[in-house]
Design a protein around this ligand. Sequence first.
Ligand code: ADP
Length: 529
Amino acid sequence: MSEKSHDKKYIASLDIGTTSIRCFIYDINVNIVGKACANIELLYPQPGYVEINPDELWQKILKTIQNAISDAQLNAIDISCLGISTQRSTFITWDRTTGETFHNFITWKDLRADSMVRKWNDSVTLKLMHGVSHFLYMFTRNKRFLAGSVLKLMNAQTTLRLSWMIQNNKKLQAAIEHKNALFGTLDSWLLYRLRQGNDLDFKPEHISDVTSCSATGFYDPFTLQWAKWALNLFSIKANMLPTVVDNSYNFGHIHRSLLGHEIPIGSSLGDQSASMWGSCCFNTGDIKITLGTGSFLNLNTGSQCPASIYGLYPLVAWRYADKKNTELVYCMEGAANDTGSIIQWAMNFGLFQDPSKSADIANSVDDTEDVYFVPAFSGLGAPINDHQAASGLIGIRPSTKNAHIVRAILESIAFRLTQLYTCTQTETNFKFSVIRVDGGVSKNDFICQLLADLTKLKVERAFDSELSALGAGFLAGLRVGIWNTRDELVKLRKVERVFVPNESVYERSMNKMKNWERAVNRFKGWYQP
Ligand code: ADP
C-alpha cells in the first residue's frame, strides 16, 4: 500500500450506542480519515421489552469496522489499535463451551423487570439495608454506607433484568446448574467474540472492563468487587461473572480470521467514561455533560468514590496502568433521561422542521410568556427522582405562539441540566469554572447559553461531537504508544465555541427556573404505580 501502511499511526475506534454502531479511523492528530456507521435494530417482542439480536449485531460490527478501514483507504494491517466504547448495562448470557447465547441482548431500556424493581424498592429488605447503612454511616462517616442508605434499584441497571432472566430462561438455568453459563455486558461479549474470531476451540479469558461492570448496579465501586449482597439476594452465581479488568488491559487482539490481520485492542470503556476521555476531563473537579438522546453529567472526583443523597451515582470513571502507575479515578454521574428525545418529539409534533432552527425560533421571542414545559417522558431523575412524573406544558394562553412553546422546551432542557449541576455543587467541595459539553443537542446555542447563565460557568462546546469514540481512541493510542502522555491528548482537544455567562440575566433566568420548578411539582406523581 501507500506510505500510510508503514506508518501504523492510525487508530480505529468503535462506538456502540443504543441505536447505532459507529467506527472512526483517526490519524495521529485525531483527524478522522475514515468512518462508517450502521443502525442497530432494536427488537420489541413484547411491550416494555427492548432487545438486540447478537448475531445481527456481530455481523454489523465487523462490517462497520471493515467499512471504516476501507473508507480511509487503508487495510487492517495499517491499523495500530482498536479502541472500544460501549453502551452500558445492556447484557447477554452464553454457553461457556459452545458460545451459544441463551437470549438476545437485554438492553438498558428494557422494562421487563419493572414490577420487580418497584417491589424491591418498597421491600422490607431494602428498607432494612437503608436503616443499617444509615446507622453505620452515622458512626463511621464512611461514604460507602451513605451510598447504601439511599440505594435504589433501577430498570436501567442490569441487576433485576438479569435476575428476571435467571428466573425465566430454562436454558440459562440449566447452564447455571452445570456451571456452564457466562454473563457479560456488551463490552465483555464483544471482547470475547473479537478475540475468539472464527477459532471456536479458542476460549479467550472471560473479562469485562471496570467501567462497564461499575454500571451494572451489582458491582461495588467502593470495594471494587462484585457486590456480595446483590449476588446473594438475586441468586447471581459468581462463576458466571467476568474477571474485572482495567480499561487499557492487555486485551490481546482482534483475531486474524476476522479482518485478515490481527489488530491489537487498546482500550474498552463504558460510553460516558469514553466521552470523559474525549473531553479530556482528566483532573479532579472536571465536569462534562453529554447531551444526546438523554444527558449525562459526569464529574471527575479523583481517587475518592463519591456518595450522593440526591440520586447521583458513584461510578468508576476509569482505571488504567501506564509504565509507571495504575490510576483509579471515580466519577459522580447524574442523568436527565430526556433531552434529544424531547427535541425529536417537538420536531415530529411539528414545532420546527429542523432541530438546528430551534435556537433561532426560541430567540425570536423575549420570553415564554410564562409557559413552562416539563421534560419527563421517562420520569424525572436526580434530584427530583420521580418516575411517575408526566411530561407536559402549563400556562398556555390565547396569545401563546409556537415560538413560546419552543423556547419553553429548550429552557426546560437547560433547567434540568442546571439541577444536575447544582447537585454536584451541593454534594462536593470542588470549585468549578467550566462545563464541557458534547453530543447532538449541545449544538443548540440557546441551551448552551442558558446553561452558562444559570450555572455562572463557561460552557465549552467540543468541536467533535463523537467524543466517546475519540476518548476510546485516545486511551487505545496511549496504550500502544502513539501518544505517551495525557498532555499530548489535551493539546489535541478542539473547542468549537465557549459560551460566557451573562451575569446581567442571571437573576431573571433563576426566577424563571424557580417558576419552572413549581410547574414540575404539578407534574410529579401523575402516573399511578
Ligand atoms: P445519541 O448519541 O444519544 O444517539 P446524539 O448525540 O447523536 O445522540 O444526538 C442526537 C440528538 O441531537 C437528536 O435528538 C437531534 O434531534 C439532536 N440535535 C441535533 N442538532 C440539534 C440542535 N442544533 N439543537 C437541538 N438538538 C439537536
